[in-house]
Design a protein around this ligand. Structure first.
Ligand code: NAD
Length: 374
């Protein structure tokens, strides 16, 4: 069996889908690993480091030639896969709801597209969950990026020249990214508060030493929500949330928004009128900017100044930490394939629960229920 890893070609992508560490582990399973020359350079992995791990390096065509499995961060253009075995597996991010044409092209080419973002939120799949591994790093980076733009310090400092006040940071959306954002802002010395629609997050916020700010008069989502995810909230809830946010946000220096709803545009959490109540020099980092944005007026990869408030957000936040993001993504890939490794068959055999959830195309057709229903 041959496994192939191409250089990522999407604009702004810095990550690579295998590291020397995971390449060695794949080799130990009996796989041949091929990596396109230069694929790891931006993630600080040299071709020599891959070669030392037993990887074959070459151009794109040589890398995919006769491959049984192709691993990616973002799904490669189907044209690049010419020469891979018929029916080869391609495991990567497909962004299937947005990029339906790519999914259709994979079906037409006869490849089996495995969408890593469709990995179910079940305990045994946690180590394969790229959304979690990348969101965690994104939450950390969002706080650092906000701190960098903020013209003041985060921690309280008592100096001979007088006292510097601690920054107040508010985290909206306490999933994987939000929890890491709370922890990071706390470590930097900010006073942190946070909110979510899922009541289960209240305790998590408190356990990290932050203050929960919750809508109390309208019911939110009790517990975890389906598969851990939020859904769109009622109009009544949205109104109550807007009032709560309006009174809280005016006192904040830093706001990090992380709210997402799978398969939908990100919910709008902050309006222009609310931004106008904030202090000049405050910073909002919109982690959902690439999914439509939680914040009115946010633009990917730009610092937008509105009412003296800096609004920022990256189109691809994990790509700002190429080495760690690659290391974790590559381990997610390895954990996934090795969990299904069938020694006798000498290849991975997926089960229905996970295979059925992530498989987008098979036998020339789109087969995923979430896409067929859409
Ligand atoms: P996400 O990226 O889908 O959303 C981020 C957060 O925004 C969520 O907490 C969500 O509730 C919140 N949100 C949505 N709409 C909102 C609104 N209008 N206002 C405020 N907040 C809003 O979430 P995620 O980081 O992927 O994690 C969601 C849950 O899944 C968490 O409970 C997490 O622990 C769980 N999870 C479980 C597994 C597993 O068991 N394998 C893996 C990863 C995550």
């Amino acid at each position: 069996m041959k496994i192939a890893i191409l250089k990522e070609r999407a604009s702004g992508e810095t990550r690579v889908a295998a590291t020397p560490e995971t390449a060695k582990k794949f080799a130990a399973l009996g796989l041949t690993v091929a990596v396109e020359a230069g694929a790891g350079v931006i993630a600080s992995i040299t071709d020599d480091a891959y070669a030392e791990a037993g990887v074959t390096l070459g151009n794109a065509a040589a890398t995919v030639k006769d491959a049984d499995i192709v691993l990616g961060i973002q799904a490669p253009d189907v044209a690049l896969l010419k020469g891979a075995k018929p029916g080869a597996w391609v495991a990567a991010l497909f962004d299937p709801f947005t990029n339906r044409a790519v999914v259709d092209a994979y079906a037409a080419a006869g490849f089996e597209a495995l969408s890593m973002e469709f990995m179910p939120r079940i305990t045994r799949a946690q180590s394969m969950d790229v959304l979690s591994s990348q969101s965690n790093l994104a939450g950390y980076k969002a706080v650092l990026a906000a701190a960098d733009v903020y013209g003041r310090a985060f921690p309280m400092m008592m100096t001979a020249a007088g006292t510097v006040q601690a920054a107040r940071a508010f985290i909206m959306g306490v999933g994987v990214a939000g929890l890491q954002a709370i922890a990071t802002a706390r470590r930097l010395g900010a006073q942190v508060s946070a909110t979510d629609v899922r009541s289960a997050t209240k305790e998590q916020i408190q356990s990290l030493g932050a203050k929960p700010i919750f809508v109390e008069n309208v019911a939110g989502i009790e517990g975890e929500g389906s598969g851990g995810y939020a859904t769109e909230m009622s109009e009544e809830y949205q109104k109550a949330q807007a009032e709560l946010v309006s009174s809280h946000i005016a006192k904040q220096d830093i706001v990090i928004t992380t709210a997402l709803i799978p398969g939908r545009a990100a919910p709008r959490l902050i309006t222009d009128a609310q931004i106008a109540t904030m202090k000049p020099g405050s910073v909002i980092f919109d982690l959902a900017v690439a999914q439509g944005g939680n914040v009115e007026g946010s633009v990917p990869d730009q610092v937008v100044v509105k009412h003296g408030v800096n609004i920022i957000g990256f189109s691809n936040t994990p790509a700002h930490l190429p080495a760690d993001a690659s290391a974790l993504f590559a381990r997610n890939h390895y954990n996934f394939l090795s969990a299904f490794w069938d020694k006798e068959a000498g290849k991975p055999m997926l089960d229905e629960e996970i295979g059925g959830a992530i498989r987008l195309t098979q036998g020339g057709k789109v087969v995923n229920e979430r896409l067929l229903g859409a």
